[in-house]
Ligand binder design. Sequence first.
Ligand SMILES: *Cc1c(COP(=O)(O)O)cnc(C)c1O
Length: 397
Amino acid sequence: MPGFELFGDLERKEVNDVLDNGVLMRYGFDAMRKGHWKAKELEAELEKTFQSKHVQLVSSGTAAVSVALASAGVGAGDEVIMPTFTFVASFEAIMILGAIPILVDIDDTLTLDPKALEHAITPKTKAVMVVQMCGSMANMNALRSVCDKHHLILVEDACQAIGGTYNDKPLGSLGDLGCFSFDFVKTITCGEGGAVVTNNKAYYVNADHYSDHGHDHVGNDRGAETHPFLGYNFRISELNAAVGLAQVKRLPEFLAIQKKHYSIIRETLSKIPEIRFRTVPEGGEESYAFLNFFLPNADIASEVSKAFKTNGIDVCWNYYNNNWHYVRKWHHLKEAKSLYPLSNDIKDELNLLKHKDFSQSDHYISRNISCLIKMSWTEDEVLTRANTMATIIRSLV
Ligand SMILES: *Cc1c(COP(=O)(O)O)cnc(C)c1O
Protein backbone atom coordinates (compact mmCIF):
# COMPACT_ATOMS: atom_id res chain seq x y z
CA MET A 1 0.00 0.00 0.00
CA PRO A 2 2.33 2.82 1.04
CA GLY A 3 2.94 5.31 -1.76
CA PHE A 4 6.23 6.31 -0.14
CA GLU A 5 7.77 3.04 -1.33
CA LEU A 6 7.95 4.44 -4.84
CA PHE A 7 8.99 8.09 -4.40
CA GLY A 8 10.78 9.43 -7.46
CA ASP A 9 11.53 12.35 -9.75
CA LEU A 10 7.91 13.41 -10.13
CA GLU A 11 7.52 13.98 -6.37
CA ARG A 12 10.78 15.95 -6.28
CA LYS A 13 9.75 18.14 -9.21
CA GLU A 14 6.38 19.06 -7.69
CA VAL A 15 7.93 19.88 -4.30
CA ASN A 16 10.68 21.97 -5.93
CA ASP A 17 8.07 24.05 -7.76
CA VAL A 18 6.75 25.09 -4.35
CA LEU A 19 10.18 25.69 -2.81
CA ASP A 20 11.26 27.75 -5.81
CA ASN A 21 8.56 30.36 -5.28
CA GLY A 22 8.38 29.97 -1.51
CA VAL A 23 4.58 30.03 -1.19
CA LEU A 24 3.81 27.16 1.18
CA MET A 25 0.28 28.44 1.82
CA ARG A 26 -2.57 27.17 -0.36
CA TYR A 27 -4.58 30.41 -0.37
CA GLY A 28 -3.59 33.91 -1.51
CA PHE A 29 -0.13 35.27 -2.38
CA ASP A 30 -1.17 35.22 -6.05
CA ALA A 31 1.65 37.44 -7.34
CA MET A 32 4.44 35.46 -5.64
CA ARG A 33 3.41 31.97 -6.63
CA LYS A 34 4.19 32.02 -10.37
CA GLY A 35 1.06 30.13 -11.25
CA HIS A 36 1.66 27.23 -8.84
CA TRP A 37 -1.50 26.14 -7.03
CA LYS A 38 -0.67 22.60 -5.89
CA ALA A 39 -3.64 22.12 -3.54
CA LYS A 40 -6.08 23.40 -6.17
CA GLU A 41 -4.51 21.20 -8.85
CA LEU A 42 -4.63 18.17 -6.59
CA GLU A 43 -8.30 18.84 -5.83
CA ALA A 44 -9.02 18.93 -9.57
CA GLU A 45 -7.13 15.63 -10.09
CA LEU A 46 -8.99 13.99 -7.22
CA GLU A 47 -12.35 15.10 -8.62
CA LYS A 48 -11.49 13.07 -11.71
CA THR A 49 -10.02 10.12 -9.80
CA PHE A 50 -12.97 9.85 -7.44
CA GLN A 51 -15.59 10.91 -10.02
CA SER A 52 -17.00 13.48 -7.63
CA LYS A 53 -18.11 17.04 -8.27
CA HIS A 54 -16.24 18.56 -5.33
CA VAL A 55 -13.08 17.81 -3.37
CA GLN A 56 -11.80 19.74 -0.35
CA LEU A 57 -8.27 18.93 0.76
CA VAL A 58 -7.58 19.05 4.49
CA SER A 59 -4.67 18.38 6.85
CA SER A 60 -5.36 14.69 7.55
CA GLY A 61 -7.82 11.84 7.13
CA THR A 62 -8.98 12.35 10.70
CA ALA A 63 -9.64 16.02 9.89
CA ALA A 64 -11.49 14.90 6.75
CA VAL A 65 -13.94 12.85 8.83
CA SER A 66 -14.55 15.72 11.28
CA VAL A 67 -14.92 18.24 8.44
CA ALA A 68 -17.31 15.91 6.57
CA LEU A 69 -19.52 15.46 9.63
CA ALA A 70 -19.45 19.17 10.52
CA SER A 71 -20.25 20.12 6.92
CA ALA A 72 -23.38 17.98 7.06
CA GLY A 73 -24.41 19.62 10.34
CA VAL A 74 -23.52 16.80 12.75
CA GLY A 75 -22.69 18.05 16.25
CA ALA A 76 -23.45 18.02 19.96
CA GLY A 77 -25.83 15.29 21.03
CA ASP A 78 -26.11 13.65 17.61
CA GLU A 79 -25.41 9.94 17.41
CA VAL A 80 -23.05 8.72 14.70
CA ILE A 81 -22.97 4.98 14.02
CA MET A 82 -19.52 3.52 13.32
CA PRO A 83 -17.98 0.02 13.16
CA THR A 84 -16.06 -1.82 15.89
CA PHE A 85 -13.18 -2.44 13.49
CA THR A 86 -11.58 0.75 12.20
CA PHE A 87 -8.82 3.14 13.24
CA VAL A 88 -9.14 5.20 16.45
CA ALA A 89 -9.53 8.27 14.20
CA SER A 90 -13.20 7.34 13.66
CA PHE A 91 -14.39 8.00 17.20
CA GLU A 92 -11.94 10.88 17.69
CA ALA A 93 -13.40 12.68 14.68
CA ILE A 94 -16.95 12.19 15.99
CA MET A 95 -16.29 13.17 19.61
CA ILE A 96 -14.34 16.36 18.78
CA LEU A 97 -17.64 17.73 17.44
CA GLY A 98 -19.51 16.78 20.61
CA ALA A 99 -21.31 13.97 18.76
CA ILE A 100 -21.73 10.49 20.26
CA PRO A 101 -20.00 7.47 18.69
CA ILE A 102 -22.28 4.40 18.60
CA LEU A 103 -20.26 1.27 17.89
CA VAL A 104 -21.82 -1.48 15.81
CA ASP A 105 -20.75 -4.98 14.74
CA ILE A 106 -18.98 -5.85 11.52
CA ASP A 107 -19.76 -8.88 9.36
CA ASP A 108 -17.63 -11.12 7.11
CA THR A 109 -16.88 -8.15 4.85
CA LEU A 110 -14.89 -6.82 7.86
CA THR A 111 -17.00 -3.66 7.58
CA LEU A 112 -20.29 -2.36 8.99
CA ASP A 113 -23.03 -5.01 9.12
CA PRO A 114 -26.25 -3.49 7.64
CA LYS A 115 -28.43 -5.56 10.01
CA ALA A 116 -26.51 -4.48 13.10
CA LEU A 117 -26.70 -0.91 11.82
CA GLU A 118 -30.49 -1.01 11.58
CA HIS A 119 -30.77 -2.30 15.17
CA ALA A 120 -28.65 0.58 16.50
CA ILE A 121 -30.72 3.42 15.04
CA THR A 122 -32.46 5.70 17.57
CA PRO A 123 -34.26 9.05 17.23
CA LYS A 124 -30.88 10.71 17.97
CA THR A 125 -29.05 9.00 15.08
CA LYS A 126 -27.94 11.58 12.53
CA ALA A 127 -25.22 9.90 10.48
CA VAL A 128 -23.69 6.54 9.62
CA MET A 129 -19.97 6.21 9.10
CA VAL A 130 -18.97 3.23 7.01
CA VAL A 131 -15.26 2.44 7.04
CA GLN A 132 -13.96 0.59 3.98
CA MET A 133 -11.32 -1.31 5.93
CA CYS A 134 -8.23 -2.97 4.48
CA GLY A 135 -8.93 -2.26 0.83
CA SER A 136 -12.48 -3.58 0.58
CA MET A 137 -16.01 -2.45 1.26
CA ALA A 138 -19.34 -2.88 2.95
CA ASN A 139 -22.51 -3.87 1.16
CA MET A 140 -23.16 -0.30 0.06
CA ASN A 141 -26.57 -0.94 -1.53
CA ALA A 142 -27.84 -2.35 1.77
CA LEU A 143 -26.34 0.50 3.81
CA ARG A 144 -27.74 3.11 1.45
CA SER A 145 -31.25 1.73 1.68
CA VAL A 146 -31.12 1.69 5.51
CA CYS A 147 -29.85 5.29 5.50
CA ASP A 148 -32.52 6.44 3.04
CA LYS A 149 -35.28 4.72 5.00
CA HIS A 150 -34.23 6.48 8.22
CA HIS A 151 -33.10 9.79 6.63
CA LEU A 152 -29.50 9.41 7.78
CA ILE A 153 -26.38 10.98 6.31
CA LEU A 154 -23.96 8.37 4.96
CA VAL A 155 -20.29 9.25 5.47
CA GLU A 156 -17.80 6.94 3.81
CA ASP A 157 -14.28 6.60 5.22
CA ALA A 158 -12.27 5.22 2.28
CA CYS A 159 -8.86 6.03 3.79
CA GLN A 160 -7.68 2.42 3.37
CA ALA A 161 -9.42 1.69 0.09
CA ILE A 162 -8.08 4.24 -2.42
CA GLY A 163 -8.75 2.80 -5.88
CA GLY A 164 -11.34 0.20 -4.92
CA THR A 165 -14.73 0.32 -6.67
CA TYR A 166 -18.36 -0.69 -6.09
CA ASN A 167 -20.63 -1.08 -9.13
CA ASP A 168 -17.82 0.63 -11.08
CA LYS A 169 -17.89 3.72 -8.85
CA PRO A 170 -14.81 4.68 -6.84
CA LEU A 171 -14.99 3.90 -3.13
CA GLY A 172 -15.29 7.19 -1.30
CA SER A 173 -17.74 8.53 -3.89
CA LEU A 174 -20.70 6.44 -2.72
CA GLY A 175 -21.64 8.18 0.51
CA ASP A 176 -23.16 11.64 0.85
CA LEU A 177 -19.62 12.57 1.78
CA GLY A 178 -16.42 10.54 1.41
CA CYS A 179 -13.16 10.84 3.32
CA PHE A 180 -9.60 9.99 2.32
CA SER A 181 -6.26 10.04 4.13
CA PHE A 182 -2.94 10.73 2.46
CA ASP A 183 -0.87 10.15 5.58
CA PHE A 184 2.56 8.57 5.34
CA VAL A 185 1.40 4.94 5.07
CA LYS A 186 -1.53 5.29 2.68
CA THR A 187 -1.62 4.30 -1.02
CA ILE A 188 -1.22 7.95 -2.04
CA THR A 189 0.80 9.96 0.46
CA CYS A 190 1.23 13.68 1.02
CA GLY A 191 3.20 13.08 4.24
CA GLU A 192 0.08 14.29 6.05
CA GLY A 193 -3.15 15.18 4.31
CA GLY A 194 -6.71 14.18 3.61
CA ALA A 195 -9.71 14.96 1.46
CA VAL A 196 -13.47 15.32 1.71
CA VAL A 197 -15.30 14.43 -1.51
CA THR A 198 -18.96 15.07 -2.25
CA ASN A 199 -21.46 15.78 -5.00
CA ASN A 200 -23.39 18.07 -2.66
CA LYS A 201 -22.52 21.72 -3.31
CA ALA A 202 -23.72 22.96 0.07
CA TYR A 203 -21.63 20.39 1.96
CA TYR A 204 -18.62 21.32 -0.17
CA VAL A 205 -18.96 25.05 0.50
CA ASN A 206 -19.28 24.29 4.20
CA ALA A 207 -16.14 22.12 4.09
CA ASP A 208 -14.22 24.80 2.18
CA HIS A 209 -15.03 27.50 4.75
CA TYR A 210 -14.95 25.35 7.88
CA SER A 211 -11.48 23.92 7.19
CA ASP A 212 -10.07 27.49 6.94
CA HIS A 213 -11.45 29.30 10.02
CA GLY A 214 -14.84 29.90 8.41
CA HIS A 215 -13.29 32.36 5.89
CA ASP A 216 -15.71 32.69 2.98
CA HIS A 217 -13.00 32.69 0.23
CA VAL A 218 -14.86 35.41 -1.71
CA GLY A 219 -12.82 37.96 -3.68
CA ASN A 220 -9.05 38.37 -3.91
CA ASP A 221 -8.43 40.19 -0.65
CA ARG A 222 -7.86 37.58 2.08
CA GLY A 223 -8.08 40.20 4.82
CA ALA A 224 -11.51 41.33 3.66
CA GLU A 225 -13.12 37.88 3.78
CA THR A 226 -16.04 37.49 6.15
CA HIS A 227 -17.11 34.55 8.33
CA PRO A 228 -20.55 33.14 7.62
CA PHE A 229 -19.92 30.67 10.47
CA LEU A 230 -17.28 29.45 12.91
CA GLY A 231 -14.44 27.33 11.61
CA TYR A 232 -11.11 25.81 12.47
CA ASN A 233 -7.72 25.32 10.80
CA PHE A 234 -7.68 21.98 8.98
CA ARG A 235 -5.72 23.31 5.97
CA ILE A 236 -3.22 21.33 3.93
CA SER A 237 0.04 23.05 2.92
CA GLU A 238 1.29 23.44 -0.63
CA LEU A 239 4.30 21.24 0.16
CA ASN A 240 2.11 18.35 1.23
CA ALA A 241 -0.25 18.85 -1.70
CA ALA A 242 2.71 18.87 -4.13
CA VAL A 243 3.74 15.36 -3.05
CA GLY A 244 0.15 14.17 -3.42
CA LEU A 245 -0.10 15.68 -6.88
CA ALA A 246 2.83 13.57 -8.07
CA GLN A 247 1.46 10.48 -6.34
CA VAL A 248 -2.09 10.69 -7.68
CA LYS A 249 -0.77 10.76 -11.22
CA ARG A 250 0.91 7.44 -10.47
CA LEU A 251 -2.16 5.82 -8.90
CA PRO A 252 -2.95 3.52 -11.86
CA GLU A 253 0.64 2.21 -11.72
CA PHE A 254 0.39 1.69 -7.93
CA LEU A 255 -2.91 -0.17 -8.21
CA ALA A 256 -1.61 -2.46 -10.95
CA ILE A 257 1.37 -3.49 -8.81
CA GLN A 258 -0.83 -4.08 -5.76
CA LYS A 259 -3.22 -6.24 -7.78
CA LYS A 260 -0.38 -8.29 -9.23
CA HIS A 261 1.20 -9.00 -5.83
CA TYR A 262 -2.18 -9.68 -4.20
CA SER A 263 -3.16 -12.13 -6.94
CA ILE A 264 0.03 -14.19 -6.63
CA ILE A 265 -0.39 -14.60 -2.87
CA ARG A 266 -4.12 -15.24 -3.10
CA GLU A 267 -3.71 -17.92 -5.72
CA THR A 268 -1.16 -19.78 -3.60
CA LEU A 269 -3.28 -19.55 -0.44
CA SER A 270 -6.50 -20.52 -2.20
CA LYS A 271 -5.16 -24.07 -2.54
CA ILE A 272 -5.54 -24.49 1.23
CA PRO A 273 -9.11 -25.67 1.85
CA GLU A 274 -9.19 -24.41 5.46
CA ILE A 275 -8.79 -20.78 4.33
CA ARG A 276 -11.80 -18.59 3.59
CA PHE A 277 -11.26 -15.20 2.06
CA ARG A 278 -13.09 -12.13 3.24
CA THR A 279 -16.45 -11.54 1.53
CA VAL A 280 -16.40 -8.81 -1.09
CA PRO A 281 -19.97 -7.65 -1.81
CA GLU A 282 -21.37 -8.33 -5.28
CA GLY A 283 -20.33 -5.54 -7.65
CA GLY A 284 -17.27 -4.71 -5.57
CA GLU A 285 -13.63 -4.69 -6.57
CA GLU A 286 -10.98 -4.38 -3.87
CA SER A 287 -8.12 -1.87 -4.04
CA TYR A 288 -5.78 -4.82 -3.36
CA ALA A 289 -3.97 -2.83 -0.66
CA PHE A 290 -4.46 -5.82 1.70
CA LEU A 291 -5.25 -9.51 1.45
CA ASN A 292 -7.63 -10.67 4.20
CA PHE A 293 -8.57 -14.22 5.06
CA PHE A 294 -10.18 -16.24 7.84
CA LEU A 295 -8.72 -19.30 9.54
CA PRO A 296 -10.91 -22.01 11.12
CA ASN A 297 -10.66 -20.62 14.66
CA ALA A 298 -9.08 -17.97 16.87
CA ASP A 299 -6.32 -20.24 18.23
CA ILE A 300 -5.11 -21.17 14.77
CA ALA A 301 -5.20 -17.54 13.66
CA SER A 302 -3.14 -16.52 16.67
CA GLU A 303 -0.61 -19.34 16.05
CA VAL A 304 -0.33 -18.49 12.34
CA SER A 305 0.15 -14.82 13.16
CA LYS A 306 2.99 -15.66 15.58
CA ALA A 307 4.63 -18.10 13.16
CA PHE A 308 4.48 -15.49 10.37
CA LYS A 309 6.43 -13.09 12.57
CA THR A 310 9.12 -15.57 13.58
CA ASN A 311 9.55 -16.65 9.95
CA GLY A 312 10.03 -13.17 8.53
CA ILE A 313 6.53 -12.65 7.15
CA ASP A 314 6.02 -9.05 8.22
CA VAL A 315 3.09 -6.68 7.64
CA CYS A 316 0.46 -9.34 8.49
CA TRP A 317 -1.81 -8.80 11.49
CA ASN A 318 -4.42 -10.55 13.56
CA TYR A 319 -6.32 -7.53 14.93
CA TYR A 320 -7.98 -9.25 17.90
CA ASN A 321 -5.50 -7.84 20.44
CA ASN A 322 -4.66 -4.69 18.52
CA ASN A 323 -5.33 -1.43 20.38
CA TRP A 324 -5.24 0.85 17.32
CA HIS A 325 -7.91 -0.84 15.24
CA TYR A 326 -10.31 -2.94 17.29
CA VAL A 327 -12.79 -2.14 20.06
CA ARG A 328 -11.61 -4.83 22.50
CA LYS A 329 -8.47 -2.94 23.47
CA TRP A 330 -9.77 0.63 23.19
CA HIS A 331 -9.49 1.02 26.97
CA HIS A 332 -8.84 4.76 26.80
CA LEU A 333 -12.16 5.16 24.99
CA LYS A 334 -14.19 2.92 27.27
CA GLU A 335 -12.74 4.63 30.34
CA ALA A 336 -13.43 8.06 28.79
CA LYS A 337 -9.87 9.21 29.43
CA SER A 338 -10.21 12.72 28.08
CA LEU A 339 -7.91 15.67 28.77
CA TYR A 340 -10.96 17.94 28.91
CA PRO A 341 -14.49 17.36 30.22
CA LEU A 342 -16.78 15.34 27.96
CA SER A 343 -20.54 15.85 27.78
CA ASN A 344 -22.71 13.57 29.88
CA ASP A 345 -24.31 11.97 26.84
CA ILE A 346 -20.88 10.95 25.50
CA LYS A 347 -19.78 9.70 28.94
CA ASP A 348 -22.98 7.65 29.34
CA GLU A 349 -22.47 5.96 25.98
CA LEU A 350 -18.79 5.20 26.65
CA ASN A 351 -19.80 3.68 29.95
CA LEU A 352 -22.29 1.39 28.18
CA LEU A 353 -19.56 0.43 25.72
CA LYS A 354 -17.65 -1.40 28.47
CA HIS A 355 -20.29 -4.14 28.52
CA LYS A 356 -21.69 -4.15 24.98
CA ASP A 357 -21.83 -7.52 23.29
CA PHE A 358 -19.60 -7.55 20.23
CA SER A 359 -19.33 -11.33 19.95
CA GLN A 360 -20.20 -11.17 16.26
CA SER A 361 -17.25 -8.84 15.61
CA ASP A 362 -15.01 -10.99 17.84
CA HIS A 363 -15.99 -14.03 15.77
CA TYR A 364 -14.64 -12.48 12.57
CA ILE A 365 -11.71 -10.46 13.89
CA SER A 366 -10.29 -13.26 16.04
CA ARG A 367 -10.04 -15.58 13.02
CA ASN A 368 -8.85 -12.97 10.55
CA ILE A 369 -5.37 -12.34 9.20
CA SER A 370 -4.85 -9.12 7.29
CA CYS A 371 -1.73 -8.78 5.14
CA LEU A 372 -0.56 -5.49 3.72
CA ILE A 373 0.44 -5.69 0.07
CA LYS A 374 3.66 -3.82 -0.57
CA MET A 375 4.54 -2.33 -3.93
CA SER A 376 8.31 -2.46 -3.50
CA TRP A 377 8.50 -6.28 -3.37
CA THR A 378 10.08 -7.99 -6.38
CA GLU A 379 8.10 -10.77 -8.04
CA ASP A 380 10.54 -13.32 -6.57
CA GLU A 381 9.97 -11.91 -3.10
CA VAL A 382 6.22 -12.18 -3.56
CA LEU A 383 6.47 -15.81 -4.72
CA THR A 384 8.75 -16.78 -1.82
CA ARG A 385 6.49 -14.98 0.64
CA ALA A 386 3.39 -16.73 -0.73
CA ASN A 387 5.03 -20.15 -0.43
CA THR A 388 6.31 -19.49 3.10
CA MET A 389 2.86 -18.33 4.18
CA ALA A 390 1.22 -21.42 2.70
CA THR A 391 3.72 -23.76 4.36
CA ILE A 392 3.17 -22.15 7.76
CA ILE A 393 -0.61 -22.25 7.45
CA ARG A 394 -0.62 -25.89 6.29
CA SER A 395 1.49 -26.88 9.30
CA LEU A 396 -0.98 -25.29 11.75
CA VAL A 397 -4.51 -25.93 10.42
C1 LIG B 1 -5.42 6.39 8.26
C2 LIG B 1 -6.85 6.34 8.60
C3 LIG B 1 -7.56 7.45 9.10
C4 LIG B 1 -6.91 8.69 9.55
O1 LIG B 1 -6.10 9.31 8.65
P1 LIG B 1 -4.92 10.28 9.12
O2 LIG B 1 -4.57 10.97 7.85
O3 LIG B 1 -3.80 9.44 9.63
O4 LIG B 1 -5.48 11.21 10.13
C5 LIG B 1 -8.92 7.33 9.29
N1 LIG B 1 -9.57 6.19 9.03
C6 LIG B 1 -8.92 5.10 8.56
C7 LIG B 1 -9.70 3.87 8.26
C8 LIG B 1 -7.55 5.13 8.36
O5 LIG B 1 -6.91 4.01 7.94
